[in-house]
Design a protein around this ligand. Sequence first.
Ligand code: ATP
Length: 462
Amino acid sequence: MTTDIEHLAHADAHPTGRMDEIVSLCKRRGFVFQSSEIYGGVQSVYDYGPLGVELKNNLRDAWWRAMVREHEEIVGVDAGILMHPEVWVTSGHVSTFSDPLVECQNCHRRFRADEFPELEAGGDGDASKAQCPVCGVKGQFTDPRQFNLMFKTYMGPVEDEGAVTYLRPETAQGAYVNFKNVLDSTRVKVPFGIAQVGKAFRNEITPGNFIFRTREFEQMEMQYFVEPGTDEAWFETWRERRRAWLTGIGLRGPRLRVHEHPEDKLAHYAKRAIDFEYLFPHGWAELEGVHNRTDYDLSRHQEASGKKMEYVDASTNTRFVPYVIETAIGLNRLLLAVLADAYHEEEVEGETRTVLRLHPSLAPTSVAVFPLVKKDGMPEMAERIAADLRRVLPVFYDESGSIGRRYRRQDEAGTPFCVTVDGQSIDDGTVTVRDRDTLEQDRVPARALRTILAERLAGPDA
Ligand code: ATP
């Protein structure tokens, strides 16, 4: 339930793409494929195709640039997916990282109990009214039982209890266990941050909505270590910085809102938490969280490992265990939001065109280069231009089919600029540059293309 909706006023005129349209575009154009499709697919696991991997890389790079490169006091780590199993006992994940699971005794499908208000623990709902969304039978759910979301596996050749370890369910712990290493090996001073991007795994009871909720996903998290007492102000700062970044990469403001977690729903480690929710094709849902995790994780690791997790402030000669403000976003979920936001269908000259209005710096291909026709020296000149641009930009060269169809294919891929070599190009060395969004074409000297495109492709300024 949303308690604090900072709903940014007026609705945006253009809706996002529908989920079926996005899924279909993703497959048709090579953004996202179902995993192991030739074997019938694996439920809720997805593979990223040629365009998808580029878009994902560009989003990850944009995040890293904004969170690490542009901050003197934020550094990165890349911790292992497998960690010491004690980490997950200490963090509380072994005992509490679970969802309540119910099973329909008629069709034997399983669900999260919290998806049914009638089954809410302590609520006044009537369990006999809870209806199975698959078979429609009412009142046949089992009592909820806690289901741990961590994937268990074994380290080494012997599959016994002593060899149990877990695939990490969040990247944050990799930053906490390296807190001392980072302090001792760099010159950072509180306040400072540790950022990390990497895979996380959760055995979700009900994954779904395409790449929104999957069992394997990638997180981009940053842990900002601050002096206790300054945590509330830093929380506000990071919330505003993250909002600016999300809109800076192109997400439309009216499609973002803030949900404040009520105190009784806070995670065991949190003093305060907000979600940035995005209006996904399936409705409002969490995109990114900003959390005040207090000194919970560092203190627990200090206690369990016996290693000091204190920071010594040399200027005041004080020691303290820092508080942590965390920003946490799923890369795959962000990619879905960005695709949904960018997806447009519109009428152009009596035809419907599908266009992805991606921020130019995020587009998988920056520029497509075409000869107008396959003769009169045009392919040779276009190939020379493509080869030159390829040294600095992702370029796609295409000479087959009508020019109109080639433009439409690039619109669907979100390519912001198409350069065309025509008859005049051979005479005077100029080419046309077509803008994906305005459909305007201007004529520029081919030798100035690198400079002109670099200007037009300038990155998000968040
Ligand atoms: P949710 O309430 O959606 O389960 P959460 O509150 O458990 O998410 P966090 O633990 O705060 O999520 O993780 C940070 C971010 O990681 C989320 O905001 C989301 O973008 C992403 N994320 C979490 N679980 C998944 C998942 N199963 N699939 C894809 N992304 C996920």
